[in-house]
Design a protein around this ligand. Structure first.
Ligand code: ATP
Length: 463
């Protein structure tokens, strides 16, 4: 058996990563991501996931769920409502503290988050207080809350004011007691959740990197006070390994970055970000936070309910400490696409192959099936093969155009395996399996396609 591995990743991938413009254009032209309500001119910083985008997003979400919930006996899932009792956000500290500071340039009208401005100053080694774009004068800092508000019920009055959740984590904290009482979890244990979150962000450029509506994959891991340091290190390592092994991200473009005392959120004891080297610099992909007992204590205080945990092993009652892993699902889609995008010259004749070296586990289509020609029973045979594979994999059937062109179309959307039926197949039941990254072609029996695809995908994961 030939090895598939992650040939095409590593050294042969453009070391600087793909340019954002190329990825945005591929996403639009091939149906990954479109501007939201585009026929009306779009809406600032909101995006719709097209037929391929929704598959890749779903695949990343499934890979995360499998890693966190299915593989860990002591982690359970949850799906809490987006709209929550407004007291939740007073208790969590978001009403008072979820603020961003905003600065405008009086000359070129560029708008900056204070944090971003500070980062530019550090990078340029300057303490200059002028606009980094044009050197113009900046306005004073203005603070504002990032939470969106809306009304619950038909009457608009202050009593009906609610918030769209700015993070999924609080849905987990307010359900802590429910989960403990109903699912026989014992410390240490985790609760995991994937869902939408909303933030009225000041600066939203860079495609889907920072949007007002986005999805998070969060897990709160509850531990005995005193064991939080160990759990923090454990989850730091596990989360980094997940991006490399399961999402297939090039490790050279990932790093940890520790929050300094000024960056630490109000609830946080220690925090590390997993950062990715985007075309616009190193920025966050996931945050890992040691939140101590802040959230549960505050909810106990604001709700008046006793949510202490009874530890039968030590015969004590206490509020557990929390380690949080907080990943962006939509931001992970961006990273997967940017990291996978590659252009390479074929055969020295100037022909360029655009290819997405996506991990097979997250590729929107796993197997494409083609008849070599459109006649003599080949299409029927190819169709039957494709229909049989549908049960196990996301498949695609295509009989139009030269075979090379059909391979290229699949390369562009990251399809790792193509199967071609030719005249010989009709006699010996052998097909060609073509591997995306190495472009290698091997002959295998029809009955072995599903096994080969599975084996090659597993191999990819291990390398
Ligand atoms: P940033 O510094 O980039 O604003 P943050 O520190 O506010 O992020 P967290 O509150 O830790 O982010 O959220 C956890 C994860 O949720 C982030 O690592 C990111 O992947 C994702 N995320 C946060 N805000 C957004 C957003 N506006 N758009 C897309 N993803 C986001």
């Amino acid at each position: 058996m030939t090895t598939y591995g992650n040939a095409g990743k590593g050294e042969s991938v453009n070391e600087q990563g793909a340019s954002m413009g190329k990825v945005v254009s591929l996403c639009k032209s091939r149906g990954f991501i479109y501007p939201s309500s585009e026929i009306y001119g779009g809406l600032s910083a909101t995006w719709d996931y097209g037929p391929l985008g929704v598959e890749i997003k779903q695949n990343i979400q499934n890979a995360w769920w499998k890693e966190m919930v299915r593989r860990n006996e002591n982690i359970v899932g949850l799906d809490a409502a987006i709209m929550m009792h407004p007291k939740t956000w007073e208790a969590s500290g978001h009403v008072d503290n979820f603020l961003d500071a905003l600065v405008d340039c009086k000359k070129c009208r560029s708008r900056f988050r204070e944090e971003a401005l500070e980062k530019i100053r550090v990078e340029r080694n300057t303490d200059s207080a002028v606009c980094p774009e044009c050197g113009g004068e900046l306005t004073e800092l203005r603070q504002f809350n990032l939470m969106f508000t809306t009304q619950l019920g038909p009457v608009e009055d202050a009593g009906n004011l609610i918030y769209l959740r700015p993070e999924t984590a609080q849905g987990i904290f307010v359900n802590f007691k429910n989960v403990v009482d109903t699912s026989r979890v014992k410390i240490p244990f985790g609760i995991a959740q994937v869902g939408k979150a909303f933030r009225n962000e000041i600066t939203t450029k860079n495609f889907i990197f920072r949007t007002c509506e986005f999805e998070q994959m969060e897990m709160q891991y509850f531990v005995r006070p005193g064991s939080e340091k160990e759990a923090f290190e454990e989850w730091k390592a596990k989360r980094m390994a997940w991006y490399i092994d399961q999402v297939g991200i090039n490790p050279k473009r990932l790093r940890f970055s520790e929050h300094g005392p000024k960056e630490l959120a109000h609830y946080s004891r220690a925090a590390f970000d997993i950062e990715y080297n985007y075309p616009f610099g190193w920025q966050e992909l996931e945050g890992i936070h040691s939140r101590a007992d802040y959230d549960l204590k505050r909810h106990m205080q604001f709700s008046g309910k006793d949510i202490n945990y009874f530890d039968a092993e030590t015969n004590t009652r206490y509020i557990p400490y929390v380690i949080e892993t907080s990943a962006g699902l939509t931001r992970s889609v961006l990273v997967a696409l940017m990291d996978a995008y590659h252009e390479e010259e074929l055969g020295g004749n100037g022909e360029i192959r655009r290819v997405l070296h996506l991990h097979p586990q997250i590729a929107p289509i796993k197997v494409a099936v083609f008849p070599l020609v459109k006649k003599d029973g080949l299409p029927e045979m190819a169709r039957r093969i494709e229909e049989n594979l549908r049960e196990d994999f996301a498949t695609f059937y295509d009989q139009g155009g030269a075979i090379g062109r059909r391979y290229r179309r699949m390369d562009e959307i990251g399809t790792p395996f193509c199967v071609t039926v030719d005249y010989e197949t009709m006699n010996n039941r052998l097909v060609t399996l073509r591997l995306r990254d190495s472009m290698e072609q091997i002959r295998i029996p029809i009955e072995g396609i599903a096994d080969s695809v599975r084996k090659e995908s597993l191999l990819y994961r291990r390398l």
